[in-house]
Design a protein around this ligand. Structure first.
Ligand code: HEM
Ligand code: CA
Ligand code: CA
Length: 309
């Protein structure tokens, strides 16, 4: 049903418009690429790649997905670039391109723009007719989960351990807010101030970044302090060197089910890119809606019937 040429007749400039808009946006706002990659993951893993995450709450639907706690830290730049692409597309070919296709295509283009691999994006998704904050927690992994719990979140949806590790290589770009790792750098345990598996230099650096995070909760650290803006395999090298930021990142380098992949990707970037591509192609078509299961929204943040609950 989905195919790469879906808009060839109906919106021939689709690819060009997405490409030009992301390029301008990323050049001025480097948080865009990591922001949209995370947004895409959160959208797809919660009932499929259907732009459910873009809906804004309103009086009829007061708890839309993006208002869930785990989605509050999604980057404003990511939502913004989607609005910009949608506006340009509505001028060129009104009512044709779905928001979910825009997110999928823009994610691929932005990953490529910051140094990541290219992969084909099949098109023809419809946008969701629901968006419910209550569905988020059960679907998303969190940094304090055990590896059993994290693996279960992914395998329940048909993703293998290898695909999970490859996709989490996304942490090679972007930021994490201090509150996500603060327990690792202060008062870790009765016997240790900091998580002993974390490199002392990283602990020191993070303490300085986060020293007043309670008064300024926007404080954040680079996920990959070595090449923070570049999509490469440095994340996996970090994980093996005690430079993983989240507890879940560090666990990937320890658990016998995930460690072999981390070791492979740390020394072979091409192996990481190949597995990332395969996993992202799979994620990109996860539970997509077609035909009457969805609609092409005219605004990405609203259902076409704005009274929809
Ligand atoms: C293994 C389970 C995972 C956990 C526990 C996890 C958790 C997190 C957390 C807590 C943050 C920081 C958010 C913030 O403070 O703003 C983050 C950031 C990020 N995550 Fe994950 N994540 C996981 C897997 C993934 C996957 C599979 C992807 C993509 C396919 C991904 C992409 C990202 C990106 C790109 C960022 C940076 C966002 C930005 O800079 O705006 N993560 N993740
Ligand atoms: Ca979704
Ligand atoms: Ca990097």
């Amino acid at each position: 049903k989905l195919n790469v040429d879906y808009y060839k007749q109906t919106c021939p400039d689709f690819q060009k418009i997405v490409m030009e808009t992301i390029y301008t946006k990323q050049s001025t706002s480097p948080a865009t690429a990591p922001g949209i990659l995370r947004l895409f993951f959160h959208d797809c893993i919660t009932d499929g790649c259907d732009a459910s995450i873009l809906i804004s709450s309103n009086a009829y639907n007061p708890h839309a997905e993006r208002d869930a706690d785990l989605n509050l830290s999604l980057s404003g730049d990511a939502f913004d670039v989607i609005v910009k692409i949608k506006n340009a597309l509505e001028l060129a070919c009104p009512g044709v391109v779905s928001c979910s296709d825009i997110v999928a295509q823009a994610t691929r283009d932005l990953v490529k723009m910051v140094g990541g691999p290219y992969y084909p994006v099949r098109l023809g998704r419809k946008d969701s007719l629901e968006s419910d904050a209550a569905k988020v927690d059960e679907n998303l992994p969190t940094p304090k989960m055990t590896m059993d719990q994290i693996i279960e979140k992914f395998t329940r949806k048909g993703f293998t351990v290898k695909e999970m590790v490859a996709m989490t290589g996304a942490h090679t770009i972007g930021f994490t807010h201090c509150k996500e790792f603060i327990g690792r750098i202060y008062n870790f345990s009765a016997t240790s101030d900091a998580d002993p598996t974390m490199h002392p230099k990283l602990v020191e650096g993070l303490r300085s970044v986060c020293h007043n995070y309670t008064s300024d909760p926007t404080m954040a650290a680079f996920n990959d302090m070595r090449t923070p803006g570049r999509f490469d395999n440095a994340y996996f090298q970090n994980v093996l060197n005690g430079l993983g930021l989240l507890t879940s990142d560090s666990l990937l380098g320890v658990d016998p089910r995930t460690k072999p992949y981390v070791e492979l990707y740390a020394k072979d970037q091409q192996a990481f890119f190949n597995d990332f591509v395969n996993a992202m192609e799979k994620l990109s078509v996860f539970q997509v809606k077609t035909g009457r299961q969805g609609e092409v929204r005219s605004r990405c943040d609203q259902f076409n019937n704005i009274n929809r609950a």
